[in-house]
Design a protein around this ligand. Structure first.
Ligand SMILES: [Zn+2]
Length: 165
């Protein structure tokens, strides 16, 4: 994705209040992010662990999504879960259910979209093999890197489409 600034981020949110968009904690060192390797910018709020944010382009427009991270998920240490964006398999705790309030009337009626996502939101890096899932490693895939990238992007777009009514 193209590099974004603090102003870009704060004005991109579609499913939270202007006040929240103004106050939320941004990732550090924005200028140093590996933008060319990112399909989206995602981060957890360091001051509020139940909050996470995702910024991506949809039809050429920057869209910011505020997410609520479900806590107290699976405590079974043997369990593995898969991220629905990058399809990386993690051991327990590496994936969390994140819920986004939908925009517009649907959101006002309390509708939301939930997805299991990598808890560090580093899907772009897992997709490109620049980061490895903790534990015993993921399931080996024979897919070429560029095919993985387009798959992650397609999953991302369908997620955005579900949130943005
Ligand atoms: Zn992921």
């Amino acid at each position: 994705m193209r590099p974004v600034t603090e102003h870009d981020i704060r004005t991109s949110f579609v499913n939270c209040s202007k006040g929240e968009a103004k106050r939320l904690s941004l990732p550090k060192d924005l200028a140093d992010h590996p933008w060319k390797d990112l399909d989206f910018l995602g981060w957890r709020d360091p001051g509020a662990p139940e909050r996470a944010y995702l910024i991506a382009e949809r039809d050429g427009v920057l869209v910011g999504i505020a997410l609520r991270v479900a806590s107290g998920g699976s405590r079974r240490f043997t369990s593995r879960s898969m991220c629905s964006l990058c399809l990386t398999t993690h051991t327990s705790g590496g994936v969390a259910l994140m819920t986004a309030r939908r925009t517009g009337e649907a959101g006002r009626q309390g509708n939301s979209v939930g997805h299991y996502l990598c808890i560090d939101l580093a899907c772009s890096l897992y997709t490109r093999g620049k980061k490895e899932a903790a534990g015993t490693g993921g399931i080996e895939e024979t897919l070429a890197p560029e095919e993985k990238v387009s798959r992650t992007r397609a999953n991302l777009q369908s997620f955005l489409d579900k949130v943005v009514a």
